[in-house]
Structures are given as structure tokens and as C-alpha cells.
Design a protein around this ligand. Sequence first.
Ligand code: SF4
Length: 363
Amino acid sequence: MNLRDSEVICGLLSKAGFIITPSDQDAEVIIFNTCSVRQHAEDRVWSLIGSYKGAKIIGLVGCMAQNYQQRAFERDPRISFVVGPQDIAKLPEILKKVTLNNLLECKIWETEGTIRPEEIYHSGFAQDNRHAYVVISEGCSNFCSYCVVPYVRGPLRHRKYQDILAEIQQALDRGVTKLTLLGQNVNAYQDSQVDFTKLLTQVNGLSGLKEFDFFTSHPKDAHPDFFKVIRDAEKSVKRLHLPVQSGSDRILKLMNRGYSVKDYLALVDSYRKIVKGGLLTTDIIVGFPTESAEEFNQSCALLKKVKFNSAYIFKYSFRPQTAAAKIAEVLKTGEKEKRHQKILDIQRNISQKLRSKKDNAHK
Ligand code: SF4
């Protein structure tokens, strides 16, 4: 999502006459388009900002900007402007102010926006000539208890399907042949009569397109008809990323995920029956507050049972605004680290075995 947002920002700025420099050393203004999902991502940004010496104008954009707002200026006085994800359309005007007036001391913040103007997606700026990212929905209303996204990106908004198709057509006209549809919860997509399955069918019918995929699907909005479209749409990559997060029903409930382990396993079964040979990947959080050793073992057992092709496994990261932040965290950092390592090893083993099985089948 942030890669696409960075393209949108570059498109807006190029259109306004700014030049994107090949190297940050040549730039007068440095913009950090940031993520707040984990503390580690934020720490890296603060450290990178700290590494810029001299007379660069520095802007903080994206989720961290929304998260910190004016506090960002206190955290690092070198920052000149702070712009939240819903306000990126204002960046050309803000840059004009800070560059024309050479206002190194200037402090501008824009974090009150609620909707993005549709035009921002149509500048035609893209980093890749063959592959395009296309945002189909913005924000999220699921409020998983560990997640900061609903607070920084706002509630779920669906783009109009005609606008999405127009953006895709523009990309195809440029020579793009592969697409990735993006949203925090893509399979909840709904615009009038067009739901996600209908959107996928329409995208599949576009001439010039060779392949497409999408991220991220939520288990509570997944169903057999969705899997049938993955199977039947010949341009759809036969792969599903379906984050499970935990193998414990108690933890899933605390996470506010809206499904049980049994529901999830039923979906896996249905997906594998319908999309024969389709790849399956997931996300896991280790060390959610109050996660017991037994509940952690249930996550390990789930990985062994399902045998995902790969999994993104994260250590729980404390996010101040969230509901999970109010649960006393009982796990010591060392224990979280140990569990993380153990489950990474389990998944590495599974992924390797599946890969060698596939390689042997091709020999
Ligand atoms: S579905 Fe949950 S984890 Fe994903 S963005 Fe929304 S709140 Fe966050």
C-alpha cells in the first residue's frame, strides 16, 4: 500500500513541476512515506531522519504522520511538514510553500483529511513498466485489537469500480501486463452491485492483462464463491494470502478477528478443494498479550497442520492507541524472541519441504 502511495505522491509532485531525483543526496526535499504497523518500522524512520545532516527539507508523510501529528516536530525538529495518508493530495501545495520560501523553519501539518480525491490515482506515474499496484479500497473498519490501521488510515472506503477499471485501463495502455489489487481487506470490496468476486471477474476480462493477484484477504469475508473465482479467472494467480494470526481461539477472540480456528480450517479445506494446487500463505503474531505457552503451541500446531507455503511471522508490537495496548502484556521480551525463533524454524522447515516436493515433481 505504501509503495503505491509513494507512486501517487511522485505522480502528484511531478505533475506540479517537481523533479524526483535519482539520489537523495541531490534532493532539496526528502519525504518519508511511513508505516506505523510496528514499532520497529517507526524506529527505523526516526533513525533515518536522524542520519540526514545539513540543509535538507524533511517531510513526514503517511501513517506515522497521522500517528504523531504535531508531536513529530517535537520528536525531531528537522521535520518541516507532517502529512497524513488522507491528505497526500495537498503535498504539491505544501512543497511549494516550503521550497519557494525556503522555509527551513516552517512547520506545516495536514492530518485532518478523511477522503482522498479520486484524481490522485490517475497521474500515470509508475515505477514499473510491466506491473501496477491498484488500490481498490482505503482504510479498514475491522479494528483487530493489535492494529493501528483503522486509527491512521480511517474507516473502510471502497473506490468506485468504474474508477478502478479506468485506472487499470490506463496502466494497460502504458504496457502493463501484471496487476496487484490492494486494500487492507480486499475481499470486503463492495461498490453498488459489484462485490470483490464481480470485480475480479471484470478485471480478468480486460484484454492486454496477463496476470493479477490481490492483497490482503480477511478470513471472515472469504467464502467458496470467492475461491471459485480464483480458480475460474484464468489470469488470477492461484495463490491466497489469508492471515490467521493465531492458532488459539481465546487469542483470536482477544484479537477481535471474527473467526475461530475451526472456521479458518474449514476455509483452508474449501480453498484447497476448489483451487487445486493453489498456494496458501498467512500471517502469524507471536506473543500477543497474555498468550500462554499452550496457546503459542496451538499456533505451531496450526502451521504444521495447514502446511502453508510461507508465513509472515511477527512478534507482537505494542501500539499505544489500540485495544490490545490496554491488556497487560505478560510475556517477557526474551520469551517472545524464543517463541518467534521456534515458530520461524517450524515454518522454514515446512516451506523448504514443500519447495523440494514441487522441485522434484518438475524433474
Ligand atoms: S483487517 Fe485487522 S489487521 Fe488488517 S488492517 Fe484491518 S484492523 Fe488491521
